[in-house]
Design a protein. Sequence first.
Length: 115
Amino acid sequence: MDQCIFCKIARKELSSEIVFENEKIIAFRDVAPVAPTHILVIPKEHVESLNELEEKDYESMIPEIFLCIQELVTQQGLKEEGYRVVSNCGQNGGQTVGHLHFHLLGGRSMQWPPG
């Protein structure tokens, strides 16, 4: 997707504070953080949302994303105090960028319900 902002970050056409990258996944700090640690974890391949995942994605993409999140939790020192991982899907779910992404939030007490 040529105009997708997250695809542009994955292709390094837009700068971002990248904290993790491998062949399939890239993770970077959110430009408008809502917690002391707010990292976005995305597949480099464009997938609109959780609704568009295919069976093959559950065998490769999703495990890669969660392995990345585990590594980031350790790297960012979030394991002890806890953290939140969330993916918004669709307009009513609060998705604002049409590219599958997971928010890793930590560094403060999270409230429930969130909104």
